[in-house]
Design a protein around this ligand. Structure first.
Ligand code: LER
Ligand code: MN
Length: 272
């Protein structure tokens, strides 16, 4: 069964980012639960920012699960990257991610590597950057595995990275790393830019997809753009996808309306 989730951003530097709820974790939990979401996905400043006792109490109170935790604050706030040519900087990036993996694991949730993949840029060749990224991911997947967790890797569109942009490139990276708990995150916004056929891309990698960012063509809530979610849902359902379709979308026209449109679309495309 496909599960529903909605994002909550707690990173001030990402206050204009594509997250449905911002700042107010108790309020977000209350609204998510009232709309019937199965879980929340948290974008946190670090692995130590959220009070774990308080989060546990909120999740229990609202019967929600923690779907996943983002690591992008490492890049946005600290400039960390898992392909940094400087070994010490790369290790710091890994340490930052490890702390978020530990935080998520306490609640049974995987961490997401998206922007932390970094860019080759002019500092190194794409091949060298991909080799460094693969090495970092191997270390982090082992760490997540030691806590019985998956690790999610997210291809991004061309305006955000020059490393891994498509599901096919993501599959190649997974093969290079060779860790069976490393899975792909399929963000429909990035796929809408990079894939020739989003449904086909999902079918080609269905067994390796562990999480979906459920969103529309314009990065607004699913239902507020022109994406055809039908083929996406068909492929996920046909594959028996057991993970979350998590709304990583702008809070437009506001958080409540974005969350409502998301759950309405979710119920339409993933009926129970
Ligand atoms: C960034 O565009 C994104 O989609 C996030 O999920 C990655 O951290
Ligand atoms: Mn995403």
């Amino acid at each position: 069964m496909v599960l529903s989730a909605v994002t909550v951003c707690l990173v001030p530097e990402a206050s204009a980012g594509p997250f449905v709820f911002h700042d107010d974790l108790p309020g977000a939990c209350q609204q998510a639960a009232a709309l019937g979401f199965d879980g929340i996905e948290i974008f946190a400043p670090s692995g130590h920012h959220v009070d774990r006792t308080e989060l546990g109490a909120l999740l229990r109170l609202h019967d929600l699960r923690l779907a996943a935790v983002g690591t992008g604050a490492g890049m946005i706030v600290h400039g960390h990257s898992l392909c940094d040519p400087d070994e010490r900087a790369r290790r710091q990036a890994s340490e930052f991610v490890k702390e978020i993996i530990d935080f998520g694991a306490e609640f049974g949730a995987p961490a997401i590597i998206g922007s932390m993949q970094g860019r080759a840029g002019n500092a190194q060749s794409r091949e060298a950057a991909l080799a460094r990224l693969a090495e970092s991911l191997g270390i982090l997947a082992d760490h997540a595995g030691s806590l019985d967790q998956a690790l999610l890797f997210e291809p991004l569109n061309r305006y955000e990275t020059d490393l891994v942009r498509t599901v096919a490139e993501g599959m190649a990276l997974l093969s290079a790393v060779g860790a069976n708990n490393l899975q792909l995150l399929a963000d429909l916004f990035h796929m809408n830019i990079e894939e020739a056929d989003i449904g086909e891309a999902i079918r080609s990698a269905a067994d390796s997809i562990g999480h979906v960012h459920f969103v529309d063509s314009n990065r607004r809530a699913a239902g507020f753009g022109h994406m055809s979610h039908g083929p996406v849902a068909r492929e996920l359902i046909a594959a028996g996808f057991p993970g979350y379709a998590s709304a990583e979308a702008f809070p437009l026209p506001d958080s409540q309306a974005a969350a409502e449109m998301t759950i309405q679309s979710f119920r339409k495309f993933f009926p129970r």
